[in-house]
Design a protein around this ligand. Structure first.
Ligand code: DAK
Length: 260
């Protein structure tokens, strides 16, 4: 399918999804959110895709937030529809069967920071900047920032960021655990692809079940989450890849996984 505001490329088992509105620093308007929702359905159905990378077009921004020029004229009903579309799309991303790595190549502000947080893993370039500046616009974070940021960095640090709207550099983002690794901008995509390919080489069903256990389990109490983990663990024993992985270990060879 053709998209106006997105680029989708396949690199072997890795899909690279780029938000492509560089003139507006890849700000998320409702058309872009709708396209994102559609492409996620497409990717979720594509068993040849084992890992997804999400990034922004250009060298300046991952995503500079929700589109302020569109939002400024919203009626309350339009604002509600926008929030519903954003919540549903971000949740779809979070629950996509395949792991998603955000390659944060510049500003990740407001909805951009929130989109990065809905990904499983964040890698960032040295010029990346993060923040939830909504309070400087008379808004609250509206795409899950008040929920995902505290879960990632703790309530105190999240509150400081959400109450001040301060923008932090990548080293601070790394220090508080918002990003896993920092690379020069020139090598960010190469490093992200390396990580994606390492993950794509593991047993796909086990990787997807691990993601499911993390995402579903993080919203459960510990006993329910461990019960879910036990179910997921049990399910791996119905896969060919479990037999192959364990047999390969015993035979001292590399496993060949089929994703079944
Ligand atoms: N929306 C629309 N256009 C944007 C934009 C944005 N978020 N960010 C940048 N642009 C546009 C600029 O208007 C400019 O367009 P032209 O003037 O060239 O036409 C172009 O991108 C280049 O930007 P600048 O000229 O400003 O570039 P600078 O390098 O000088 O500055 C910057 C870069 C990232 C510091 C600056 O652009 C900036 O501060 N941008 C806004 C960042 C921001 O505040 N982001 C958070 C947006 S609020 C909710 C749902 C969602 C949300 C809230 C509630 N519910 C429904 C309840 C989410 C809110 C947000 O994300």
């Amino acid at each position: 399918m053709e998209y106006t505001n997105l680029l989708l490329e396949k690199n072997g088992a890795v899909a690279v999804l780029t938000i492509n509105r560089p003139k507006a620093l890849n700000a998320l308007n409702s058309d872009t959110l709708s396209e994102l929702s559609t492409v996620l359905d497409e990717l979720g159905r594509d068993s040849s895709v084992k890992v997804v990378i999400l990034t922004g077009s250009g060298e300046k921004a991952f995503i500079a937030g929700a589109d302020i020029s569109q939002m400024k004229d919203f009626s309350p009903m339009e604002g509600r529809r926008f929030a519903q579309l954003g919540h549903a799309t971000f949740r779809k991303l979070e629950l996509l069967p395949q792991p998603v790595i955000a390659a944060v190549n510049g500003f990740a502000l407001g909805g951009g920071c929130e989109l990065a947080m809905a990904c499983d893993i964040r890698l960032a370039s040295e010029n990346a900047k993060f923040g939830q500046p909504e309070v400087t616009l008379g808004l609250t974070a509206g795409f899950g920032g008040t929920q995902r940021l505290p879960r990632l960095v703790g309530t105190g640090l999240a509150s400081e960021l959400l109450f001040t709207g301060d923008v932090i550099d990548v080293q601070e983002a790394y220090r508080i655990g918002l990003v896993n690794h920092v690379y020069p901008l020139a090598t960010l995509m190469e490093e992200t692809l390396k990580l994606a390919k390492r993950m794509a080489g593991r047993a796909p069903v086990a990787v997807q079940l691990s993601k499911s256990a993390i995402q579903r389990g993080s919203n459960m109490d510990l006993d329910s989450a461990q019960a879910y983990e036990a179910e997921v663990f049990g399910l791996t024993f119905s896969t060919k890849d479990q037999i192959e992985g364990c047999t390969a270990f015993v035979e001292k060879r590399k496993p060949i996984f089929e994703g079944r």
